[in-house]
Design a protein around this ligand. Structure first.
Ligand code: FES
Ligand code: FES
Length: 236
């Protein structure tokens, strides 16, 4: 057997001690009577330079997340204890008792009945769920509601006085949607894009709107809408 090890794991871990070199009886003996050779927490895990402590910490974290799974079928538990969460959404203080795993998107849609923010991918890839938190655009599907400390603005609260926000009007004027599913997220992202000052050119707008996908490919119209709204927003 080559000195660098018997398998790719030996080479990756930089050890010549292969699991295959230990007889099963040796392992069983050690487990039955660890004796004076019992490892302490800083003892490297066999074949690596990772300490037992590191493995134990990782295992504890894993079992904590396992606590959220039903051992019967491995699916998420339905009866995890609820957590009180306070959110300020569109200027209103909201008190919720929710599963601590609840995303901001689900809190908005399922608990506060604010269904303007859309669930497209639920994986942070499409931008349909974009809302503002503390004035910054965030993907609400990747944000835990319990972790939100700053005010949330959704498409429903973009223009609190009932009139359309200049960006909403521009999307209508420029025909910047077809099915409309991506549109709330596009508009929230577009407003932030203007406020951030990323509208110097069509290319810059496209770059800073690239996190918002449109299956209907209304992109040229979306860029035109942003340019129109930018002028109106700057006029105030
Ligand atoms: S639903 Fe959040 S990014 Fe797609
Ligand atoms: S308008 Fe249909 S996905 Fe954008």
């Amino acid at each position: 057997m080559a000195e660098e090890g018997c398998c790719r794991f030996c080479r990756v871990l930089g050890t010549t001690s292969s699991p295959k070199r230990y007889a099963r009886a040796d392992v069983e003996d050690a487990m039955a009577d660890p004796g004076d050779d019992a490892p302490d927490d800083e003892t490297p895990v066999w074949g690596t330079d990772i300490s037992r402590r590191t493995v134990l910490v990782a295992g504890t974290a894993g079992s904590t997340s396992m606590a959220f799974l039903d051992p019967a079928d491995g699916r998420p538990r339905r009866n995890v204890s609820r957590t009180p969460v306070e959110l300020t959404v569109n200027g209103r203080r909201q008190h919720l008792e929710i599963d601590p795993r609840t995303t901001l998107l689900d809190a908005l849609r399922e608990h506060l009945n604010l269904t303007g923010s859309k669930k497209g991918c639920d994986h942070g890839q499409c931008g349909a769920c974009t809302v503002h938190v503390g004035g910054r655009r965030v993907l609400s599907c990747l944000t835990l509601a319990a972790a939100v400390r700053e005010p949330v603005t959704t498409i429903e609260g973009l223009s609190p006085d009932g009139a359309l926000h200049p960006m909403q009007q521009a999307f209508i004027d420029q025909d910047a949607f077809q099915c409309g599913y991506c549109t709330p997220g596009q508009i929230m992202s577009a407003v932030a894009c203007v406020r951030e000052g990323h509208t110097g050119s069509d290319a810059e707008i496209r770059e800073f709107m690239s996190g918002n996908l449109c299956r209907c490919a209304a992109y040229p119209h979306i860029v035109a809408a942003i340019k129109q709204a930018k002028t109106a927003m700057e006029r105030g």
